[in-house]
Design a protein around this ligand. Sequence first.
Ligand code: SF4
Length: 330
Amino acid sequence: MFKPHHTALLKWYATSGRTDLPIRHLKGENAPYEVYVSEIMSQQTQIGVVLDKFYPPFLKAMPTLKDLAQAKLEQVLLLWQGLGYYARAKNLHKSAKICCELHGGELPNDYNALRALPGVGDYTANAILCFGYKQAVGVVDANVARVLLRLFGIDPKSPNLAKLLQVKALEFLNQENPFDHNQALIDLGALVCTPANPACLLCPLQQACKGKHNLTRFSVAKKPPSTPITKHYGVCVQEGFLYLTCAKKGLYAHLHQFPLLKEQEHINLPLLAQVRHSYTKYRLSAKIYQATLADLDPTNLVKIPLQDFKHTPKSSLSLKIMHTLPILNL
Ligand code: SF4
């Protein structure tokens, strides 16, 4: 039933898709691991940035899942530096260890076993199965979800929407070439069926699309705008040591950060820089001051030799601050 649409989609992919991305050509036994790393890295970061800056050095340092399992968490976090959302790196590391304990050092080729790994959701599990193990499964990321909603005219408020989209993805799957089919749908969502102003005239699925004349009805509502917040941080260097915070638990566990000032109002310290940073639902304006030890919030305070800072795992905000202040770039 979908054959003509499959053909049109693959034809479009061959001429207009991102077929030159190196991750579209992974082969061999290590492909599931390479897919896994690239998928986790690109969850919150544009694929171009991932492939330019982060994926090659990570794979060079940890070419296999076993290498990752044997690495120290600190090394993994250093390689992740700048990507943000460090829980992803910690989960990747944990999963590698679990795979060595339970699955002979390989990623399992089974949906349930993949989903049991920390940080592996529906999309990542199916991406590993399809792009790594060449299995015929539907792969639904945000781009594909948008295409399917519009193509099949699905109400975005439907109960169990994620499950429904997975069912539709499987129904629409091209069993003869699931790999290219899924990659093509991802690209179609990213390049043509965009959230605002999709280019329906260029779309290979235009004939079949039920939602093209009522895009508002068949689109997921926009995310609410992020909330602006301001926080005040201190840079304190004394006798060659830099004072930072490093929590043992929580979102920023094992990552070094600049400490907040004890006082967040009426600050009378020299302002060194102002850095903008977005995370979760916030747009942070971080004001950075020259501070003494007495000015800093003492929670989880640690000191490290200033010259070690560059090679210490740190949060994305701290990395930005480091790049802004020459004194920290030793
Ligand atoms: S016809 Fe338009 S709305 Fe429908 S899938 Fe194509 S780009 Fe999206």
